[in-house]
Design a protein around this ligand. Sequence first.
Ligand SMILES: Cc1ncc(COP(=O)(O)O)c(C=O)c1O
Length: 402
Amino acid sequence: MKPGYLSSRCSRIGASEIRELLKLAERPDVISLAGGLPDPRLFPKEEMTEIAKRVLREVGEKALQYSPTKGTAVFLREAADFMERHGVRLSGEDDIIVTSGSQQALYLLGGVLIDEGDYVIVEKPTYPAALGAFKVHGARFLGVRMDDGGMDTHDLERVVKEAVNEGKRVKLIYTIPTGHNPYGTTMDNERRKHLLEVAEKYDLLVVEDDPYGLITFVEKEIDKLKSLDKSGRVIYVQSLSKILSPGMRLAWVAGPKDVIEHMALLKQYVDLHTSTLTQYIAAETLRSRVIERNLDRMRRTYKEKRDVMLETLEEEMPEGVEWTKPIGGFFVFVKLPEGIDTSKMLMKAVEKGVAYVPGSAFFYDRSGANTMRLSYSYPPAEMVREGVKRLTRVVRDELAGR
Ligand SMILES: Cc1ncc(COP(=O)(O)O)c(C=O)c1O
């Protein structure tokens, strides 16, 4: 190709390590603790077959047609009702937009909120595809420490204050408060309120990315940041990928009207609109409470696999290895002793039949070389156990060889 043909933006778009890894982990002899795929045994296939047939038969002429960029009225209504059943009320009926997965929501948010050189505050570590979606639009990052309770909001306050004093343009805080990817943690209400206080004090927007918000292993549903937000600064992103199906590519965003309107303008140039057919099918799925009826089973299944992962780590891992103890979501974050490089260790792990994601993929500054993310969501429980056992042998070899 002609030199200089590619835009300078291309230099900001790196290959996703996770995707490359998933290719490796596809070998049948490898147990993948890498990708955050939902357990396919939980897909409500029978109910959705009936719903898809009914939609095509009864409203096929609409469902197969072009539709509004913001979303079909029927989908947006059902999405708003669903959110309300789970604690989030829209401030106005226009304050919602459908997106093709939450990935598109993050990309559009980057497009409408970020100017070249603006700073986005992120948890350290955080979801790499969010970093990518913001970075394409010229974002720079500032990281906040995490501990067992999720984002350390005192560190958040320090980071924001310092940045503002240095004259940095800080725009927003991006957070995954429940079932964090990759850290596995869930913030309590005290921290959530403190986060909102900091956002208010420094007039920052907050993006609450919440794909795992309903996949929790505690008695009570966790309050969303959005439901605690009194000043209308939380932009709430709800994906259906983990609670229904990632193949549907459906999510929505609830937030301030002008942000939503501008997202719709930008979305026109990205894909005109999200698939009308999947919106109709999902609307009927939401209306007939398929997700809610499946939730108990979903929570039990993931909790059982989480238990197996934590038990096996406890039984097998040598001293000096630490990990988080999730009460929701799909992930456990593991810290190995300093000096071990999990990126280098990965090939050995794959040879021994297990895959994970090296932790550095989740740090915008590529730190965290001795960390890794393990996912318990996809393999059956006995494979989770066997995967962790294989991984332990690799870790022990690595420690012995130091
Ligand atoms: C925190 C977080 N945000 C966004 C996404 C993207 O999900 P979607 O399938 O809705 O694009 C994921 C998927 O793993 C995720 O973990």
